[in-house]
Ligand binder design. Structure first.
Ligand SMILES: Cc1ncc(COP(=O)(O)O)c(C=O)c1O
Length: 279
């Protein structure tokens, strides 16, 4: 984590950043967040992240709209151009005078920002193991809410079984990972579940779809039945901080050859080249 953080208009040492115990983020998990990569100080797809943030804010009825430029000005002092980092931005409804489920009438949202280094994820080159689990989350998964208890329990269940990610299944169909989107390769086609309220519209997911389309890689948004996942020749999980992680084992069974697949290598190269092109 960065030594300096931003809290409600001030930059201060992490140890001095304090919020009220009446903050609704603390009491209810009443808030939303964003995680935005910054490669060598350059914010990646900032407009997309801010547009998703605004959708999340509207989704939980917090009125706080700033332009991408305003946000960038807040983030800038927390970025170090010599390394790859991510910005963590959290907005809660704020601290009310008393604990009450109903929204307080006069409350000022709490805005917190910190940065942290992005380190290459250990399983990237060899691939990771994943576990399928019933998606026990709520119906507003398109909102990037700080209320992540279900995601945490699911991720921990995967970790307890020596897997790096849980792949979630609702009514027999794959939704997404505990903290990632899911792609599969079936008969050479790249497939990811469609955007709806059951998944977070991942920015990495969008970039991959764009790159696949621009490079004539057959791809589509479509439902993925659990059985189709189990028979896929490749499975990937994608997110801003881990980028594309190939899954080489799911529920104890090898995926395809049991090694990161050829389409992963191809699209990962395209992603790295795309990142470079923005530098
Ligand atoms: C539940 C969930 N889905 C998908 C993603 C991937 O989104 P992005 O690519 O924007 O990081 C995340 C990221 O943390 C997530 O928590």
């Amino acid at each position: 984590m960065s030594d300096t953080v931003y809290l409600n208009g001030d930059y201060l040492p992490l140890a001095d950043a304090k919020v009220s115990v009446l903050d609704r983020g603390f009491l209810f998990g009443d808030g939303v967040y964003e995680v935005i990569p910054a490669y060598a100080g350059r914010l990646f797809r900032l407009n997309d992240h801010i547009s998703r943030l605004n959708n999340s804010l509207r989704g939980i009825r917090i009125e706080l709209e700033k332009s991408a430029e305003d946000w960038e000005a807040i983030f800038r002092p927390l970025l170090d151009g010599s390394k790859d980092q991510y910005i963590y931005l959290q907005i809660t409804r704020g601290a009310a005078a008393k604990r009450d489920h109903g929204f307080p009438e006069q409350v000022v949202p709490t805005v917190f920002v910190m940065s942290a280094d992005i380190k290459p994820f250990p399983g990237r080159d060899t691939g990771i193991k994943a576990l399928t689990l019933e998606d026990t989350r709520w119906q507003l998964c398109n909102v990037k809410a700080i209320t992540l208890l279900a995601n945490l329990l699911l991720r921990q269940e995967a970790l307890d079984q020596d897997c790096a990610e849980a792949i979630l299944v609702r009514n027999g169909y794959v939704t997404e990972g505990a903290a990632s989107n899911v792609f599969v390769v079936i008969d050479g086609d790249l497939i990811t579940p469609p955007r709806n309220n059951e998944i977070l519209p991942g920015i990495t997911r969008d970039v991959i779809l764009e790159l696949a389309e621009a490079n004539q890689i057959p791809c589509r948004e479509d439902v993925i039945a659990l059985e189709a996942l189990q028979n896929a020749s490749e499975i990937w999980v994608t997110s801003s901080t881990r980028e594309i992680l190939p899954v080489v084992e799911v529920d104890g069974n090898a995926v395809g050859s049991g090694k990161p697949g050829p389409l992963f290598r191809n699209v990962d190269q395209l992603l790295q080249a795309y990142k470079q092109s923005l530098a």
